[in-house]
Ligand binder design. Structure first.
Ligand SMILES: Nc1ncnc2c1ncn2[C@@H]1O[C@H](COP(=O)(O)OP(=O)(O)OP(=O)(O)O)[C@@H](O)[C@H]1O
Ligand SMILES: [Zn+2]
Length: 498
C-alpha cells in the first residue's frame, strides 16, 4: 500500500478547512494524514450507459472540493473507480450484471460496453472541465486484490463461503451500520429467496458470486469460478492506492447504504483502518425525484451540452451547495445562463479595459478599489473553507462583478486594480470553481472558424457597399456590434475585433 506522492506542495497548506463528515454527523476541521497531502477516493460510474446530469452534479461537486484543496496548497491524489463488473440490477445480490445486460442488448462484448461508456463519460467530464482523476482504477483490473481481501475476511471469521459464493457475515461485525445509522432490522435487503437460503442472515452481502453457466465475466478463485460483488472493489482499490486510514471518501448520498457501509465493514473487519472522513453529495432531482439511470428519468450530459454551454451547466451545478438538492428545469438553466453571462461580461470588460488602457492608467493607484477586491477574495476563500460553500462563493463573485462594473463605468480604472480584479476572477472563478475556461479560451478550431466566418461577413459587407446597399451594410455592422464585434474601416482595409 502506498501513500500519496511525495512532491512538495506549492505553498504551506491552509490549516483551516472545515468539512461536513457524514460519519461524525458534523462539520469538522480537516486534518490530513500526511501534511500537505490529501488522499481522496470517489465512487465512480458503472459504465453501462451514458452519464446523466446526476453524475455531473456528483463529479463537479468533488472536482470543486479537489480544486479547493489545491488552491489552499494541498497536493491531492484523486482516485475514482470505474465499475465494470459485479454491479447487479437492483443494486442487490441477485439479478443480472448491469454491464452484461447491456452487452446483450447492444450485441457487444462486455469490455466493449465498458470502454464505450468509459470514454463517453471521460468526454463528458472533459467538456464540464472536471479534472482527470490521478488514478482511474477498474474493478476488472483488480480481481486479485479483491480476492486477497476476501480471503483476509474469511481468515478473521467475518465472511463465509456458501455454494460457491462468499458473503460478509454482518452479525460478526457490530459496527455495521455506523455510517448510515441504520438499525439492524432496517438493513435487510430485498434479496430473492434462493439467495437468502445461501446466507446466514438476510443482511449479509455478497463479496464473491459464483458464476452460473453462461455468465461471461468470470474469474478463477479459491471458491470456484465467479466474479466479485459490487462493494468489494472500492475497499480493495482505495486501500491499494491511498493506503490505510486515507483521508476522504466521497460519493452520492444514495450510496451511503448499503455500498459505503459495506466498504467500511470489508476494510475494517479485515484489519485495515478505512477513510477518516466521509463526504456525500445530495441528489440532482427532476420533478422532485432523483435522476437515475434505472428510473429512466434522466437527461444525458451529451444531450444537455447540445443545448447549453458546458460552462453554464457547470455554473448551474455549483450554484447550489453539494449537500443540497439541485432541482433541474428550464428556468434553472435560464437563470444560470444569465448569471454566468454577467460574470463573463465583467471579465471581458476588464480584459478590454486592460487592452485599451489609456496612457497613465498604469501609473495610477487605486488602493481603495484594490482593498475592496481583496475583501471579496477573502470572503470567497472563507466560504470555500467552510464546507465548500459554493453558493456563497458565487455570491462573492457577483459582488466582485458589481464592484468592477461600477468602477469601469465611472471612468479609467488603474491598471493595478484591473489586474487584481482579473486575477480574482481567473483564480477563484477559473481555477477553484472551474469556470470561464471554455468560453474565455476558445480552442484553435473555433478560433479558425471565427476567422473564416468573419472573412465571409466582411466580403458580404464590401459587396453591399459596392452596390450602394448602404442600409444592408449598416445592418450587418449593427448585428456584429450587438454580438460584441466591432469593425473599423482603415487605410489598410477593414479590421475587426471582439
Ligand atoms: N441524480 C443524482 N444526483 C447526484 N448524484 C448522482 C445522481 N445519480 C447518480 N449519482 C451519483 O453518481 C455515482 C454513480 O452512480 P450510478 O452509476 O449508480 O448512477 P445511477 O443513475 O444512480 O444508476 P442506477 O440508477 O443504475 O443505480 C454515485 O456516486 C451516485 O451517487
Ligand atoms: Zn464505491
Amino acid at each position: 500500500m502506498t501513500q500519496p506522492e511525495k512532491t512538495s506542495p506549492a505553498r504551506i497548506p491552509d490549516p483551516d478547512i472545515f468539512l461536513y463528515d457524514t460519519l461524525q454527523r458534523q462539520k469538522v476541521r480537516f486534518e490530513p494524514t500526511s501534511p500537505g497531502r490529501v488522499g481522496f477516493y470517489l465512487c465512480g460510474p458503472t459504465v453501462y450507459s451514458d452519464a446523466h446530469l446526476g453524475h455531473a452534479k456528483a463529479n463537479v461537486a468533488f472536482d470543486v472540493v479537489r480544486r479547493t484543496f489545491e488552491h489552499f496548497g494541498y497536493s491531492v491524489r484523486f482516485v475514482s473507480n470505474i465499475t465494470d463488473v459485479g454491479h447487479l440490477q437492483n443494486d442487490s445480490d441477485d439479478g443480472e450484471d448491469k454491464l452484461l445486460a447491456r452487452a446483450r442488448l447492444e450485441q457487444l462484448e462486455p469490455m466493449e460496453v465498458a470502454d464505450k461508456y468509459f470514454w463517453s463519460f471521460s468526454d463528458d467530464m472533459r467538456a464540464l472541465n472536471v479534472k482527470r482523476p490521478s488514478i482511474n482504477p477498474r474493478a476488472t483490473g483488480h480481481v486479485p486484490e479483491q480476492i486477497a481481501l476476501i480471503e483476509e475476511l474469511i481468515a478473521r471469521g467475518h465472511a463465509y463461503e456458501s455454494a460457491g459464493s462468499v458473503y460478509f457475515d454482518v452479525r460478526s461485525w457490530p459496527e455495521y451500520g455506523k455510517l448510515s445509522g441504520r438499525r439492524l432490522d432496517e438493513q435487510a435487503e430485498g434479496t430473492r429467496e434462493a439467495v437468502r437460503e445461501e446466507k446466514r442472515d438476510p443482511r449479509d452481502f455478497a463479496l464473491w458470486k459464483r458464476a452460473e453457466s453462461g455468465h461471461i465475466m468470470r474469474w478463477d478463485s479459491p471458491w470456484g469460478t465467479g466474479f466479485p460483488g459490487w462493494h468489494i472493489e472500492c475497499s480493495a482499490m482505495s486501500l491499494k492506492y491511498l493506503g490505510e486510514g486515507f483521508d476522504i471518501h466521497g460519493g452520492g448520498l444514495d450510496l451511503q447504504f448499503p455500498h459505503h457501509e459495506a466498504e467500511i465493514a470489508q476494510a475494517e473487519a479485515a484489519g485495515h483502518p478505512f477513510a477518516r472522513y466521509w463526504m456525500h453529495n445530495n441528489m440532482l432531482t427532476i420533478g422532485g425525484e432523483k435522476m437515475s439511470k434505472s428510473k429512466g428519468n434522466f437527461t444525458t450530459i451529451a444531450d444537455i451540452l447540445k443545448r447549453h454551454d458546458p460552462a453554464v451547466v457547470r455554473f448551474l451545478l455549483i450554484s447550489s451547495h453539494y449537500r443540497s438538492v439541485t432541482e433541474m428545469n428550464e428556468e434553472a438553466f435560464a437563470a444560470a445562463a444569465s448569471g454566468y453571462a454577467r460574470l463573463t461580461g465583467t471579465l471581458q470588460a476588464i480584459e478590454r479595459a486592460l487592452e485599451e488602457a489609456p496612457a497613465g492608467a498604469a501609473d495610477r493607484q487605486d488602493e481603495g478599489l484594490v482593498a475592496k477586491i481583496r475583501t471579496h477574495v477573502q470572503a470567497f476563500e472563507d466560504a470555500m473553507r467552510d464546507d465548500f460553500n459554493t453558493p456563497k462563493a458565487v455570491a462573492e463573485l457577483f459582488g466582485l462583478s458589481s464592484l468592477m462594473n461600477t468602477a469601469l463605468n465611472s471612468g479609467t480604472v488603474a491598471t493595478a486594480a484591473l489586474e487584481e480584479g482579473r486575477r480574482a476572477f481567473t483564480e477563484l472563478g477559473g481555477e477553484v470553481l472551474g469556470l470561464f475556461t471554455q468560453s474565455e479560451t476558445p480552442n484553435e478550431d473555433s478560433a479558425m472558424l471565427v476567422e473564416t466566418l468573419m472573412e465571409l461577413v466582411l466580403q458580404a459587407r464590401q459587396s453591399y457597399r459596392l452596390n450602394k446597399q448602404y442600409a444592408d451594410a449598416d445592418r450587418l455592422r449593427d448585428t456584429l456590434s450587438s454580438a460584441g464585434i466591432s469593425i473599423e474601416d482603415t487605410k489598410e482595409g477593414v479590421r475587426w475585433k471582439r
